[in-house]
Design a protein around this ligand. Structure first.
Ligand code: AHR
Length: 633
């Protein structure tokens, strides 16, 4: 029998408790949620024509060059020059991993161009892999001011669906033309915003009602070296001025080749803040602290050259919160968002450690707290979380009264089960914990090579009951990484998988969603024989009440391979209604998972259950996670 004390709030739950971690890894942004379909639209990838191929009718005619004007345009140096065009030639883009095209949807093309004389006609085509045309239009560039770049747009309605289409421009007529920012977006983006985000991917996040969104990473914050760190100021303003870099995840990883992976920053900081606002989530940006990824070069900025890094942090707060009379507040308004974003927290460093981190963190903290004492700072605890390095850093951060300490763990399922009580003895009135990245990895020695399955999700659910029970200490948590493309991933497991047209949630997605959509407002105690339920008979439990919806919500993970009948004694003065609901995630095969073909093999099933007064008898299926919602008056 479990005893639930429904009247006694033992901790408040932060509205932002369960959030999401976004990083452009596994084609999460470029080639993923950022809906641009053209790969290497501005010819800035390492090889300028990556993603493009050219077909000419007659080899000798005309000339195609990539011009580099670095001295006058450092942000976007290259463009394509087509000279002495005299006959048909074709420029084809392969897309990121092909181009996902949907029948009946409008595709919006745009380009920057300049040309001295009229005479060129462009036929824009969507084509299947075997060259069947599935949509086309004709665009005649109409501005002949040879010196200035013009923008021209056109659109194509697709006549068929193809997940692996390509895009082609056939040039006809005579003349010269310079081209840049050759772009194609679907029109059915999130909120139908032009050049926006993939609606199906954002919807998956919206359905979770995340309390916060952490961005832009992850290791890409740090970069393999400082030159390739994430710099938010390069990610705002006109997209043709956003200086792109090679993605830190353009690497051979888990025996997979590097995938031509760049960051165009089309999804930049304004878009991240906008996304947070759309989702009703707190924005949680993480900034580079003057240290590159310590798994790579470990390059650090010297202390007396840290000012630009610190200034970036101060300016970011002004960009998010300043009124339009401030320099960066005005910039935000000029970019179309006069209303401040109400930023409340900021991360300094991602996975950084050592005395070098502490020295740099101290400089950031002093400067930020002096100007913005209300902003909560997230401090990195490096990696771990077990081991001397973690303990040393954690102690130092606590001594310096860190607002939040960011713990990351990628560990096997049994570690998660053993650590469900991890926070029960953490100091209560000290620094708060942000579990900023976590996921069950079947074997920590081959990190990054595993797919999610029901075992990983169930073990995460068990641990999360411990996070929830300790919501006074652990005030935020986010699973990581969030997205992965089935044809372009570097790291697994991941919460949500996509191809060019579809998206599905893993069992971990449904566990995360059940927690975040049932977070409640107050933790109440649930015990068996006066002890927290942490693994007795393989059961893990937590309970909350929600004062806004008047519900008691109980979460129980049954990690045992057997059916268990439990009796709940719901003690207290609340008038519980007799009809309650049970959301059940279960499968008797721990290796079972979801896939594009079977996206909801493991997904919650809801049934109605009946209380007898203050008693509830429940049959928990083997390997199941159960969320019980009991309304009260
Ligand atoms: O989530 C994947 C990576 O794991 C993150 O980029 C990094 O912070 C961690 O090591």
């Amino acid at each position: 029998t479990f005893l639930v004390k429904t009247d006694q709030s033992i901790a408040k739950i932060e509205p932002k408790m369960w959030g999401v971690f976004f990083e452009d890894i596994n084609f999460g942004a470029d080639g993923g949620i950022y809906a641009e379909l053209i790969k290497n639209r501005s010819f800035e990838f390492a090889k300028p024509l990556m993603g493009w191929s050219i077909y000419r009718n007659r080899q000798k005619e005309g000339e195609v060059l990539v011009i580099n004007r670095k001295e006058v345009n450092d942000a976007n140096p290259r463009y394509l020059q087509v000279k002495r065009q005299t006959d048909d030639f074709e420029l084809i883009n392969e897309g990121f991993k092909g181009i996902g095209i949907k029948k009946g949807i409008r595709y919006d093309f745009s380009m920057l161009y300049r040309m001295p004389t009229l005479g060129i006609k462009m036929i824009l085509q969507l084509k299947t892999a075997d060259n069947k045309i599935i949509g086309q239009t004709v665009l005649t560039p109409s501005q002949t001011n040879g010196a200035t770049w013009q923008k021209q747009a056109a659109n194509i309605i697709a006549t068929e669906t193809d997940p692996k289409a390509k895009f082609s421009i056939i040039f006809q007529g005579k003349g010269d033309i310079d081209l840049d920012m050759i772009s194609l977006f679907p029109s059915d983006t999130w909120k139908n915003r032009p050049q926006g985000l993939r609606a199906d991917m954002v919807q998956m996040l919206a359905d979770m009602k995340p309390g916060f969104i952490r961005f832009p990473g992850g290791c890409i914050v740090e970069g393999t070296d400082l030159a390739n760190r994430y710099q938010w100021k390069n990610t705002i303003g006109p997209i043709e001025n956003r200086k792109m870099i090679m993605n830190r995840w353009n690497v051979e990883f888990a025996h997979r080749p590097a995938p031509d992976y760049y960051q165009t920053f089309g999804l930049g900081f304004l878009e991240y803040f906008q996304l947070a606002e759309d989702l009703g989530s707190e924005a949680l940006p993480i900034l580079n602290c003057g240290m590159a990824c310590q798994y790579n070069t470990g390059e650090v900025a010297v202390l007396d050259e840290l000012d630009p890094y610190v200034q970036d942090a101060l300016d970011l707060i002004e960009f998010a919160n300043g009124d339009i009379n401030t320099k960066w507040g005005k910039k935000r308004a000029d970019l179309g968002h006069p209303k401040p974003f109400n930023l409340k927290m900021l991360g300094i460093g991602n996975e950084n450690w050592g005395p070098q981190y502490l020295e740099r963190l101290a400089i950031f903290t002093k400067a930020i707290k002096a100007k913005y004492p209300e902003i909560k700072l997230i401090n990195s605890s490096g990696t771990g979380p077990d081991g001397d390095r973690f303990d040393l850093l954690n102690t130092s951060l606590r001594n310096s009264k860190a607002d939040f300490i960011d713990e990351h763990y990628y560990k096997p399922a049994d570690w998660f089960l053993k650590n469900a009580g991890r926070y029960d003895n953490y100091p209560r009135n000290d620094s708060k914990v942000f579990v900023g990245e976590y996921a069950v990895h079947a074997d920590s020695k081959v990190i990054g090579s595993n797919r999610n399955n029901w075992q990983s999700a169930l073990a995460a659910a068990a641990l999360m009951t411990g996070l929830e029970r300790n919501a006074d200490v652990v005030q935020m948590a986010s699973y990581a990484p969030l997205f992965a493309h089935v044809d372009a991933w570097q790291w697994a497991p991941d919460m949500i998988w996509v191809d060019n047209l579809n998206v599905y949630g893993t069992p971990d997605y449904y566990v995360q969603k059940l927690f975040s959509t049932n977070k409640g407002t107050d933790v109440v105690s649930i015990t068996a024989d006066e002890k927290n339920v942490i693994g007795q008979d393989g059961l893990y439990a937590s309970a909350v009440t929600d004062k806004t919806t008047n519900e008691l919500i109980i979460k129980i993970a049954n990690t045992a391979n057997q059916t268990q009948t439990i009796n709940l004694n719901l003690d207290g003065k609340k008038k519980l209604k007799s009809k309650a609901s049970l959301d059940e995630l279960e499968n008797n095969n721990l290796s079972e998972t979801n896939s594009l073909e079977r996206p909801t093999t493991i997904a919650p099933k809801t049934t109605t259950i009946t209380l007898k007064g203050k008693r509830l008898s429940l049959v928990l299926k083997p390997y199941s996670f159960n969320v019980i919602r009991i309304p009260f008056n």
